[in-house]
Write a protein that binds this ligand. Structure first.
Ligand code: UD1
Ligand code: MG
Length: 477
C-alpha cells in the first residue's frame, strides 16, 4: 500500500524553523563572543602562521572552543523543539480524540520520547567532555572511554525497543554464516565503540584551518541527503473528479521514498528523527566562515565531540550505522593510520600538524620526534613502520650505519598528502582534505582519478553510489 505523506512532517517544518533560529544565533554570537573567550583564556596561537615579533602575543591570540557556543545553541534548539516533535500526540491527548474510521488512537509515544531524551543526554555529556578537554587537555587514555559511557543511555533505549542485533552477511560469506548473523551483545559493543570513534576521529583529523568544521559539515550534509531519500515524496498527482461531477479522485503515481521501498513507515520515522538532529547541526555551522583559512576562531574539541556524538546518535537511533561509516571513510583511514602513535608504538608529540616553512609559506610532513626517537624502536614498531613506509604512508629516517629507524613522519592523513603530492600551502591542503573524501572512496572502489575541486560533491555522490549501487553487488537488500 502507498504511504500517506507523514502526519509528523509538520514537525519537520518546526525543525527547519529552529534551524533558522540556530543559524542566526550562531552568525551573531560566534564573532561577538570571541573577545570574551580570549578574556577567559580560551585562546590559542595558530601553529601554522608566522607572527611579527614586534606585535604583542595577546594580539596574535585566536579565540578557541567557540564550538561551545555552537553546541549550546544546538542543544538549546533541540530542547525547545521537543514539544514540536510530539505535536500530534499532544494535540490528540488535549482534544481527547476518540478512535474514528477504524484508526485506533495510539498512546503517547513514550518510546520515541526516551529515544529523543537519551540522545540529548549523550550530546550533553559530549559537550562537557569536549569543553573539559579544551580547558584541561585530558589524556588520551582518559578521554577514550568517556564517550563509551555516554552511549549507555542510547544503548539502553535501543535494548528497550528489542533493537535488532542482526547483521546482513555479505554474499560471498553466506555459504558459511547464512544470510543473517546475530551478534547479540557484541552488537552493543560495536555501537558503543562507534560513539568513541566518531567523537575522536574528527578531533584527530585537525590542526589546519577549517579542517574540523568542513569535514563535519560534509558528513552532516551526506547524512541529510541520505535521510531525504527515505521521506515520502509526493511524486504523483491527483485529479479531483468532482470537477466532472464525480466525487472521487483519480490518482497517478503516489508517494515515493526509499523507506517505502522497504515497506516500512518506521524507517521513514527514524530518518525524520535523524533530520531533526542533523538540520540544526548544519545550521550551527556558519562559524565555518570564521574557522576557515585564515582562521579568526578555533572550534576546539567541544565542537568535534558534540558533532561526532550527534553522528553516533543518529547512526544508532535511526539504525544506519553502516551507511554512516561510509561517510567516515577518510576519518577511519586517519584513525587506523594514527593507531601506532595513539597506542604508544611510535612516539606521539602534542601536535602532529605539518611543519610550516615560513620562507616559502608551504607545509611539509612533520616528524614524530624533533631530532630522533628517544629509544630504538621495538621489533613490532619496526615492522609496522616498514609496512607503512612500503605503502607510501610514512617516510623513515634510518641510521646510515646500523639501518635502525631513528625517526618517521607523523602518521596522519595530512602528512600522507604532503608526502604524496609534495609541499603545499595550508589553504590548498584543506582543499585536498575536503577532496580526500572522494580520493579515499576511489582507492576503496579501485578506481583511478586525479584531484580537482569538484571532488567534494563528487565524494558524497560516490558514497551514495557505493551505498545504493555497488552495495548491491555485496548485499541484496
Ligand atoms: C589534535 C591532534 C594533534 C593536532 C591538534 C590540532 C592527535 C592525536 N591530536 O589534538 O596532533 O595538532 O588536534 O588541533 O592527532 N590549531 C591550529 N590551527 C587550527 C586548529 C588548531 O593551529 O586550524 C592549534 C591551535 O594552537 C589550537 C590547538 O591547535 O590552540 C588546539 O589543539 P587541540 O584541539 O587542543 O588538540 P587535540 O585535539 O588534543
Ligand atoms: Mg582538538
Amino acid at each position: 500500500p502507498l504511504l500517506e505523506p507523514l502526519p509528523s512532517i509538520p514537525a519537520l517544518y518546526s525543525s527547519i524553523g529552529f534551524s533558522i533560529f540556530a543559524f542566526l544565533a550562531t552568525i551573531y554570537l560566534v564573532p561577538a563572543l570571541g573577545p570574551t573567550f580570549i578574556k577567559a583564556r580560551l585562546s590559542g596561537r595558530d601553529l601554522l602562521k608566522v607572527y611579527d615579533s614586534k606585535i604583542p602575543r595577546e594580539e596574535t591570540l585566536i579565540p578557541e572552543s567557540l564550538g561551545l557556543v555552537c553546541a549550546s545553541i544546538y542543544i538549546l534548539s533541540l530542547i525547545l523543539f521537543i514539544p514540536f516533535a510530539f505535536t500530534t500526540p499532544i494535540l490528540e491527548q488535549i482534544n481527547g480524540k476518540k478512535p474514528q474510521q477504524g484508526i485506533t488512537v495510539v498512546e503517547f509515544p513514550h518510546y520515541q520520547l526516551s529515544v529523543y531524551l537519551s540522545s540529548l543526554l549523550s550530546l550533553l555529556v559530549a559537550t562537557i567532555l569536549g569543553f573539559l578537554d579544551d580547558v584541561f587537555d585530558i589524556r588520551w587514555r582518559h578521554k577514550l572511554p568517556i564517550p563509551i559511557i555516554a552511549s549507555i543511555p542510547l544503548l539502553m533505549v535501543y535494548y528497550a525497543e528489542h533493537g535488532n542485533t542482526n547483521v546482513v552477511v555479505p554474499l560471498p560469506l553466506r555459504f558459511i554464516f547464512g544470510t543473517l548473523i546475530n551478534l547479540g551483545p557484541l552488537y552493543y559493543v560495536y555501537m558503543s565503540l562507534l560513539s568513541t570513534f566518531s567523537t575522536n576521529s574528527i578531533n584527530i583529523l585537525a590542526g589546519i584551518n577549517g579542517s574540523e568544521t568542513s569535514q563535519a559539515l560534509i558528513i552532516a550534509l551526506s547524512v541529510i541527503l541520505n535521510d531525504l531519500l527515505y521521506l515520502p515524496w509526493p511524486i504523483g498527482f491527483r485529479i479531483p473528479l468532482h470537477l466532472l461531477g464525480n466525487h472521487t479522485e483519480l490518482e497517478f503515481g503516489g508517494v515515493w521514498s526509499a523507506g517505502m521501498a522497504h515497506g516500512s513507515r518506521e524507517l521513514v520515522e527514524r530518518h525524520l528523527f535523524s533530520l531533526y538532529f542533523m538540520l540544526p547541526l548544519v545550521a550551527c555551522r556558519p562559524h565555518v566562515l570564521n574557522c576557515r583559512y585564515p582562521a579568526r576562531a578555533f572550534p576546539g574539541d567541544t565542537l568535534c565531540y558534540v558533532t561526532g556524538m550527534a553522528f553516533a546518535v543518529v547512526g544508532i537511533q535511526a539504525h544506519f550505522s553502516k551507511t554512516l561509516l561510509l561517510f567516515f571513510i577518510p576519518q577511519i583511514f586517519n584513525f587506523l593510520l594514527s593507531c601506532p602513535q595513539l597506542f604508544g608504538l611510535v612516539p606521539c608529540p602534542r601536535h602532529r600538524v605539518p611543519r610550516f616553512d615560513a620562507d616559502t609559506n608551504l607545509l611539509h610532513p612533520s616528524k614524530a620526534s624533533e631530532i630522533q626517537f628517544p629509544k630504538p624502536p621495538t621489533k613490532l614498531t619496526t615492522i609496522v613502520l616498514h609496512t607503512l613506509s612500503l605503502l607510501g604512508l610514512t617516510e623513515l629516517v634510518k641510521d646510515p650505519n646500523t639501518g635502525v629507524i631513528t625517526n618517521s613522519t607523523n602518521l596522519t592523513i595530512l602528512n600522507v598528502f604532503l608526502l604524496r603530492f609534495g609541499p603545499m600551502n595550508e589553504k590548498r591542503l584543506v582543499q585536498v582534505l575536503i577532496c580526500s573524501q572522494v580520493c579515499i572512496y576511489i582507492t576503496t572502489v579501485n578506481c583511478v582519478g586525479s584531484l580537482n575541486p569538484a571532488f567534494q560533491i563528487a565524494g558524497s555522490l560516490l558514497a551514495f553510489f557505493i551505498r545504493y549501487g555497488l552495495a548491491g553487488l555485496i548485499y541484496d537488500g
